[in-house]
Design a protein around this ligand. Structure first.
Ligand SMILES: C[S@@+](CC[C@H](N)C(=O)[O-])C[C@H]1O[C@@H](n2cnc3c(N)ncnc32)[C@H](O)[C@@H]1O
Length: 278
């Protein structure tokens, strides 16, 4: 394990995630022993904008039943299950954090999606997949933890079939001055946060062989989403499931710093769609 990987392991692992998630399911009035995808949909995604943002990203790439997808940095498997349930995709989720991968497996099993999803512990810079085996690669709020984005790009390119897409929704470096305050949702310390501007992603993508299909700054969307969440929080308290469950007790501080960084233009949630030529 590299120093970065071990620091990230420490950052993301709570040791209590499974219990907290099952408690959230019960709080919603659902039964973990008779779980349906709808019971956890959107509450199992750990990125700005939740399931809405995932739908917005996926709307920009071709989706066909039976397609092979790799979700790099899959967390507890929310985007992977969405692709499996709504689009009939076969999804391999790869993530560094064993606690997330174990819960991802269990949730898919409990809601009857384990034939379509497979979760593995691994790194986006060394994917456990064959060359040209995937129709789509997705990356949602993960690149911020990856210093070596050149290898991330070459790995995604390697595993995609010709004509395959790489759909990215990352927190990128914005044009604002100064540095964000820590902790952030993805990192407790500056040493494990590697924000890069969109141009860096595009340049490294091009070097790997990709062409850019589309790019979109989602900072305003993120701010609007946060305002809506804050209003709901003030009225009803925290929802039973959501990123705060994955983050544990430091969630309010991490989210506060993240929102401030977006407002200051230091962090910019951004979509980038790349394509491997035919
Ligand atoms: C903010 S979470 C996003 C999880 C998921 N993509 C989602 O949107 O629900 C970031 C995830 O990236 C994973 N991660 C960080 N660096 C990684 C790497 N080099 N390879 C694979 N996963 C990584 C973390 O373990 C964590 O699960």
């Amino acid at each position: 394990m590299t120093d970065i990987h071990s620091a990230l392991h420490h950052h993301y692992t709570t040791g209590t995630l499974r219990d907290a998630f099952m408690a959230g399911i019960r709080k919603k009035g659902a039964d973990p022993d008779n779980l349906h995808f709808a019971d956890i949909e959107n509450g199992d995604e750990f990125h700005t904008g939740g399931g809405v943002a995932t739908d917005d990203l996926l709307a920009q790439v071709p989706l066909t039943r039976g397609m092979q997808v790799v979700d790099i940095g899959c967390g507890v498997g929310g985007p992977a299950r969405k692709l499996a349930h709504h689009h009939g995709a076969h999804v391999t989720g790869v993530d560094l954090t064993p606690e997330f991968v174990e819960l991802a497996e269990e949730l898919s099993e409990r809601c009857g999606l384990s034939k379509l999803t497979d979760f593995r512990i691994g790194s986006g810079t060394d994917l456990p997949l064959d060359d040209a085996s995937q129709d789509l690669a997705t990356l949602l709020h993960v690149g911020m933890n990856i210093a070596d984005k050149a290898t991330l790009m070459t790995e995604a390119f390697r595993v995609l079939k010709p004509g395959g897409h790489f759909a990215i929704f990352d927190v990128m470096r914005g044009a604002g001055d100064g540095q964000p305050s820590y902790p952030l949702p993805w990192s407790s310390l500056p040493e494990t946060s590697f924000l890069e501007p969109l141009e860096a992603y595009q340049n490294l993508g091009a070097k790997a062989g990709f062409t850019t299909v589309a790019a979109r700054d989602r900072s305003q969307f993120a701010q609007d989403f946060t305002a809506k969440m804050k209003a709901q929080l003030a009225e009803n308290g925290p929802p039973p499931l959501g990123p705060h469950v994955m983050m544990g007790p430091s969630a309010p501080e991490r989210m506060g710093n993240f929102n401030a960084a977006i407002a200051a233009g230091q962090a910019a949630p951004t979509e980038l769609i790349l394509r491997k030529p035919d």
